[in-house]
Ligand binder design. Structure first.
Ligand SMILES: *Cc1c(COP(=O)(O)O)cnc(C)c1O
Length: 351
């Protein structure tokens, strides 16, 4: 691996004590690797900076682009950990295959990332609430206007420092017209295009005063899938319910961690689709104790309001100690920050 260490760090003058907007501070270096003539070349680490592409670069026109979002943490003794990096690596290659892109070797993705983290280690504050958000991505780089899979690709990893951002309870609208996913589609992968397609309906919901959308199935708009870019859990009659990880659902690693943790800790959890009618029935009976979304960036964010066909349903206001979502979040964070034992082997130490 070629490592070209930058001469000056941009880390100076950052005030770590205030809330850092997501994606404000990028670390000093990034990794990139070229795919050419059916081969991945030697990965390179360089100063974080610009790349130049011709206007006919395939990704700009046909959207052949995938990404991942993962995190690294430090405990108080400055030990560094990734959270389930091999799961992110596997999912990245699932995404690659679906978009007819080459799969990336573990050596480039995982070892490359470890080298990058070691070089930029000081960008992770060894304190609870602070972490490094890591963004691996791959783009098609052929210069062509022909709509076919690219022959050339670039893989990148760059990182941004994050701290605990205040996540307020969400107001969520059940979306009955637009969908993010459909049978045979690409809902289960982290494709850039999935996000582009979600912007318009999400913006519309935000103009109506909501934070997020609760997506429903494209065929009937009667089955609940996910919320925004988070998997969603319902806590009804002491049971957690979340959609099954089929081809329409992004199989979140936070989602899977919560399911696994719950099963080990005697919390009932089932993977099944909840219909709007069922949700309405339980909301009316006041049996929906909590609804929350899960994802790497927020970990867990609970909902305060659900809107269905212009009718608002308020969820119970609970103290945080009473919320199962808080209990799960705390336990997940404690594992991530090495404050608790990790029987699941989710922590991946970086020495
Ligand atoms: C990334 C993502 C999630 C959450 O996945 P995590 O692995 O938990 O971060 C959920 N839904 C969608 C649509 C996503 O893109």
């Amino acid at each position: 691996m070629l490592i070209e260490k930058g001469k000056i760090s941009r880390i100076k003058n950052i005030n770590w004590d205030v809330e850092i907007p997501f994606g404000k501070y990028y670390t000093d270096h990034m990794l990139f690797c070229e795919y050419r003539n059916d081969l991945w070349k030697e990965p390179q680490i360089q100063t974080f900076g610009n790349f130049i592409f011709f206007p006919n670069t395939l990704v700009f026109h046909y959207g052949q682009a995938i990404f991942e979002g993962m995190k690294a943490f430090k405990d108080r003794k400055n030990n560094m950990f990734l959270f389930r990096p091999l799961e992110h690596f596997k999912r990245f290659n699932i995404s690659a295959k679906r978009l007819a892109m080459p799969v990336i070797p573990k050596k480039i993705f995982v070892e490359g990332l470890i080298n990058l983290l070691k070089l930029d280690t000081k960008w992770i504050v060894p304190k609870y609430g602070y972490s490094l958000y890591i963004r691996p991505f791959m783009i098609a780089t052929d210069g062509t206007l022909t709509a076919k899979p690219s022959l050339n690709y670039l893989f990148f990893i760059f990182c941004t420092s994050v701290n605990k951002y205040y996540s307020r309870p969400l107001k969520v609208k059940i979306e009955l017209k637009y969908s993010r996913s459909y049978n045979g589609g690409i809902g289960f992968i982290k494709a850039a295009g999935n996000y582009a397609a979600s912007f318009f309906p999400t913006k519309k919901a935000q103009l109506e005063g909501f934070d997020q959308i609760l997506w429903t199935d494209s065929a009937t708009h009667s089955i609940i899938e996910e919320s925004g870019t988070m998997n969603v859990f319902f806590y009804i009659q002491n049971t957690l319910i979340t959609a099954p990880a089929d081809e329409k659902i992004l199989n979140g690693i936070s989602r899977r961690s919560i399911i696994e943790f719950s099963k080990k800790n005697n919390i009932n959890v089932i993977e099944k689709y909840l219909t709007i009618d069922e949700l309405k029935y339980y909301l009316k009976k006041k049996e929906v104790a909590e609804i929350f979304g899960t994802g790497t960036a927020v970990v867990i964010n609970h909902f305060e309001k659900i809107n269905l066909k212009n009718k608002n349903y308020l969820l119970p206001i609970l103290k945080k100690e009473e919320r199962i979502s808080y209990f799960l979040k705390k336990n997940l964070l404690d594992i991530q920050y090495n404050l608790n034992k990790d029987p699941y082997h989710w922590r991946f130490p970086i020495q």
